[in-house]
Design a protein. Structure first.
Length: 419
């Protein structure tokens, strides 16, 4: 909120205080999102700043015109409605809280402006770099996966590295400076190298595929450049693969899991996922329109496997004492609230891409949404709340960065929709 000239000193001070509150809330959120308790304080501070300095409910109607915001509101409402016919409302509330995390985009996005952009970016960069160095220390010096002091699992850390790889590649491809392009390529390769030493096979594969798509979209008009980059990338990936004992161990484990699954032995990492997807698809076919109710998906698996297909998955209760989610975005939401949930989630991803495309960010938007889709085939996005917050914050930064003079809402006069 800009300070208005010609106003009494008291009012100018009020505007300045509100503006500083908004800047600090954006800055603090970027740093605090990686730790559970600080992120909770940052969340409340962001909402309070939105009410005090961002127009609150008055701006909500304006922001809600964005299809991306509409999509997340629809999804959250459907997940909330699923609690009404759920046999486990307490579990349903926990599931709803996961999807409710999407709504942090509204206060964050509303508070953003061209003048506040450096504060938001500064917080995100400081937070990311700090966690990155801590993760590197845990890997190099302690031999640990993930970042145990922050309770960041190897999956969360690999997801975080993937975001950094894609963003670095985009900045390298869009920079006009040769030295900056080289610098961003070095950053991308270092992050990818670190990712090769985490146990997250599926996330690594999603990163490589999405990175290939991003490089193609950036350089498709210059085939020689594209071919050169892909050749260098192939060599780098080959070296990283050969050097990584972690990757070799995980690939050997995957082969072993596949062989055991062929023998109907599913008490392995891969076998467990195959069983969950099988039971999940069966559960969706039973109630395709309504789902089983928000919060009932996990308990359905535990109750079904002793008898499903003559109990071939029965021993999985010993492998995993309690089920939390289905390791698949689509099966997870379909089990909760059926076809309506699947349609709402598809609309959310489509609207996410459209928001970026309308702000001239179609190329990184396609790469990131490709990654989210591929990631969602083996895991559930809302479980990774820290990285979800990061993706939403980066989206808000991108929309503001590509909107001269501040945020331009979808359909508003002079917005990219009318460009």
């Amino acid at each position: 909120m800009p300070i208005r000239a010609g106003l009494p000193a008291f009012q100018q001070h009020t505007y300045a205080s509100r503006d500083f509150l908004a800047k600090f809330a954006l800055f603090f959120f970027g740093i605090a999102l990686w730790s559970k308790k600080p992120s909770l304080y940052a969340y409340y501070l962001l909402v309070a700043s939105w009410i005090v300095a961002g127009g609150g409910l008055e701006r909500l109607k304006e922001v809600a015109r964005e299809p991306f915001v509409k999509a997340m509101l629809i999804l959250c409402l459907l997940v909330a409605a699923g609690i009404l016919y759920s046999d486990g409302p307490e579990a349903g509330h926990k599931v709803w809280q996961r999807y409710f995390a999407f709504l942090i985009f509204i206060p964050y996005f509303t508070l953003m402006s061209a003048k506040r952009l450096p504060w938001a970016v500064g917080g995100l960069v400081l937070g990311y770099v700090g966690v990155l160095f801590l993760g590197a220390y845990q890997w190099l010096m302690m031999g640990a996966q993930g970042i145990p002091p922050l309770r960041i699992t190897y999956l969360d850390f690999s997801f975080m590295l993937a975001i950094g790889v894609l963003l670095s590649l985009f900045l390298a491809g869009s920079s006009n400076s040769r030295s900056m392009r080289v610098l961003w390529w070095i950053v991308a390769l270092w992050l990818l190298f670190m990712q090769f030493h985490q146990n997250a096979r599926a996330i690594l594969l999603a990163t490589i595929i999405s990175s290939g798509l991003l490089v193609f979209l950036l350089h498709k008009k210059n085939i020689k450049t594209f071919a050169s980059i892909m050749a260098v990338a192939a060599v780098a990936i080959g070296i990283f693969s050969y050097q990584s004992d972690t990757l070799r161990e995980r690939l050997m484990q995957a082969r072993s899991d596949i062989e055991l699954s062929k023998q109907h032995k599913y008490n392995t990492s891969l076998g467990y996922r195959l069983a969950m997807w099988d039971v999940g698809l069966h559960g969706i076919s039973e109630r395709p329109f309504s789902g089983h109710g928000t919060g009932m998906a996990a308990s359905y698996f535990d109750k079904t496997i002793p008898t499903y297909k003559n109990g071939i998955y029965g021993n999985l209760l010993q492998f995993h004492e309690e089920t939390y989610h289905y390791h698949n975005d689509w099966i997870e939401i379909g089990m909760q609230i059926g076809i309506a949930g699947l349609a709402a989630y598809a609309f959310l991803l489509w609207s996410w891409f459209q928001a970026l495309r309308l702000h001239h960010l179609a190329i990184p938007g396609a790469a990131f949404l490709c990654f989210i889709f591929l990631f969602g085939l083996t895991d559930v996005l809302v479980i990774f709340r820290q990285n979800l917050y990061l993706l939403l914050a980066l989206t808000a930064v991108g929309l503001t960065w590509k909107a001269p003079g501040g945020i331009q809402f979808y359909g508003a006069k002079g917005s990219p929709a009318h460009a």
